[in-house]
Design a protein around this ligand. Structure first.
Ligand code: ATP
Ligand code: MG
Length: 486
């Protein structure tokens, strides 16, 4: 790359790096930038974990990106001590001891901000096969210096955000909303935006995807966070009791109403009312609810007096409201009233990159609750988790981790510690040995089914996009879709 081109890269680096404060997004961008600028096959960024002082993988690019840092002790140590390292031929260099690696030429430099070392960055093998040079090393260090400043900014910002969350959670303990998947990052921003308004929000998504957590986070981020968050499960109560819970009642309004009682809209008193399973309400309750939402006033059961209330409303459902409108189970006018700001939570199987972070989070939670010390999951467990269908979404993952913590007696959670559904589960991974037991047609069907299933999941069922990604005609995607019932 000529010097003009390099200058351009440096300039573009400072602009892309400074518009992202979210650490995971930033690291991804840095990795892209480094791989692109250094024309490398592979690369990785390691950050120093401030608690343990050790390097932890921050981001990797290329097939073997996540190689173990301890195995390449020499290069890492030098860079960790602040010395940039150029390895021209890794096969002969004692500083590089990575068995089974096809590394040839390596650059490994500290991520430095002033005197402070935040971590290290490395790129492995130039795409054109030539070794990296001293010139490359200088340029790489210059580039990573810019990156280090952006990383520091972002970690400060993240720490501040965490601190804010901690302070807020002291007011009312909220469950943190975990996730790095692009779809979740979009949801965080939707939550932030919605929290700044007082508009009604409808949260939809399959069971266990985190609708209640989203509703709570929204409340905690809003200016109403000093006031109560009051959930009502509209599916759990018979009509009269639900209405009394929502709107309150006067003494004698129905059998058993021996005292007057305020409903949840009144009780919220500046807070948030969370109408969970809104799709389960009866038509009569829906009419009343619609009036309440439109007028901001409630009538207690057995009274004609209209009482104004001050509550933000969040509703949730795991059913398709559109289908319910078609089936006349939800009034159309209520549907339009609810469907203003919508947050749609994707199922866990469509954001599999969140599984490891969620699993770790639930592991920490369960070990501290049960007073156990378990270091992590075996790689077989992670492989199974990565492939498992997760019909019960995040809740299923949380339950599985908690159950396995109770079962485990080693330092790592093993497959045998997991609940039964995982014992019988066969990941759809293929290898020659397992496939060679089948005839060719069955083996290729198995592969095609799995391939097109993942592809269609990735493209949300869009056959034309799936065809484009696979490099085949849309017709052939459609054929597999119907053949395999995808
Ligand atoms: N992103 C997340 N980060 C941390 N915990 C989560 C997340 N999503 C879900 N959970 C946890 O998973 C469990 C299920 O979440 P939640 O109750 O919010 O799901 P839901 O969508 O309301 O499900 P349902 O439709 O069955 O009521 C809870 O224990 C919640 O704390
Ligand atoms: Mg729920």
């Amino acid at each position: 790359m000529d010097s003009e081109n390099r200058l351009e890269k440096l300039l573009s680096a400072s602009s892309i790096l400074h518009d992202s404060l979210e650490l995971s997004v930033l690291l991804k961008r840095i990795m892209e930038l480094l791989s692109d600028s250094m024309a490398s096959e592979k690369g990785a960024i390691y950050l120093i974990d401030t608690e343990t002082g050790e390097f932890a993988l921050g981001m990797a690019a290329g097939a073997e990106g996540a190689l173990r840092i301890e195995k390449r002790a020499g290069a890492a140590q030098a860079a960790g001590a602040g010395v940039p390292v150029l390895i021209e031929d890794a096969t002969k260099d004692p500083r590089w001891k990575e068995e089974g690696s096809n590394a040839k030429s390596v650059l490994c430099v500290p991520l430095k901000y002033g005197d402070r070392i935040l971590g290290l960055a490395e790129v492995v093998n130039k795409i054109d096969g030539t070794p990296y040079t001293n010139e490359d090393l200088k340029f790489f260090q210059g580039l990573t210096n810019i990156c280090a400043a952006a990383i520091l900014n972002s970690t400060k910002f993240t720490a501040l955000e965490l601190e804010n969350r901690r302070l807020k959670s002291e007011v009312s303990p909220a469950i943190p909303l975990i996730g790095n998947a692009p779809s979740m990052i979009k949801i965080f921003s939707q939550i932030k935006k919605a929290a700044a308004t007082d508009a009604l929000v409808l949260v939809t998504g399959e069971s266990g995807t985190g609708k209640e957590v989203v509703a709570k986070s929204l409340h905690m981020l809003s200016s109403r966070n000093k006031h109560p968050f009051l959930p009502v499960n509209c599916g759990a109560l018979p009509e009269t009791l639900l209405e009394s819970e929502l709107f309150g009642h006067e003494k004698g309004a129905f059998t058993g109403a021996d005292k007057a009682r305020a409903g949840i809209f009144e009780e919220a008193n500046g807070g948030t009312v969370f109408l969970d399973e809104i799709g389960e309400t009866t038509p009569a309750t829906q009419v009343k609810l619609l009036r309440v939402l439109q007028e901001g006033k409630v009538k207690r059961l057995g009274s004609n007096k209209e009482i104004p209330f001050n509550a933000r409303i969040i509703a949730a459902t795991n059913r398709s409201l559109e289908t319910m409108v078609e089936e006349k189970k939800i009034r159309e006018d209520l549907y339009y009233r609810l469907n203003v700001l919508r947050i749609l939570l994707p199922p866990l199987r469509k954001r599999r990159e969140d599984i490891p972070v969620l699993a770790d989070y639930f592991l920490k939670k369960a070990t501290s609750k049960l007073g156990r010390s378990i270091e992590g999951f075996s790689s077989a467990v992670f492989r199974t988790f990565a492939d498992y269908p997760w019909k019960g979404n995040v809740r299923e993952l949380e339950n599985a981790v908690e159950a396995s913590v109770a079962m485990a007696d080693g330092p790592y959670i093993e497959i045998t510690d997991l609940p039964e559904s995982f014992q019988d589960y066969k990941p759809s991974g293929f290898d020659g040995a397992s496939l060679s037991g089948m005839n060719y047609k069955d083996a290729s069907d198995l592969f095609e089914k799995s391939y097109f299933k993942s592809l269609l999941e990735l493209t949300n069922g869009d056959t034309s996009l799936a065809a484009e990604k696979a490099g085949v005609s849309e017709k052939s995607v459609q054929r597999r879709k119907s053949e395999f019932g995808l």
